[in-house]
Ligand binder design. Sequence first.
Ligand code: FES
Length: 181
Amino acid sequence: MAHATETTQTTRRDFLMLATGAAGAVGLGAVIVPLVSQLAPDAQTVAAGAPMDVDLGPIAEGQAIKLFWRGKLIFVRHRTKKEIDEARAVNVATLPDPQTDQARVKEGHEQFLIVYGNCTHLGCVPLGNSPGDPKGDYDGWFCPCHGSHYDSSGRIRKGPAPLNLPIPPYAFNADTKIRIG
Ligand code: FES
């Protein structure tokens, strides 16, 4: 009985956290969009491939945003410690497209994962950025088109997609600021 109460409390707490996360995400979206458009060069320059500066500071731990650069979709996720630990605990030799988590992030900024946002199977947009989205079996992204599962490092773990989500060219120019391109 005590266990049932605890479970109910846990469920309610999880719901409240999710609800808070959802509200945060809406607020974040409202902040991020004008911020990104303010920082970004004009559309014509971006289309031509100009670098784009992005402030990751407003992205709370556990949240993610979507960006477009050179007409391509990019996911930026602020990973939790649990997600980082999961990504690093994997035996890389068992992966369809073997790559360490360390090779997919910048040293000292492991909490931020930045990947192109189209499934490497047929290009659908995987789910996993919004609170409440399915993240697949490996805490990353789930592609609803044909069932590919990506882990919290954006590596393909299950399903028809053959490759990991690629990493765009970027560098940190401050603690939470990156330049893509
Ligand atoms: S496009 Fe993602 S699994 Fe087919």
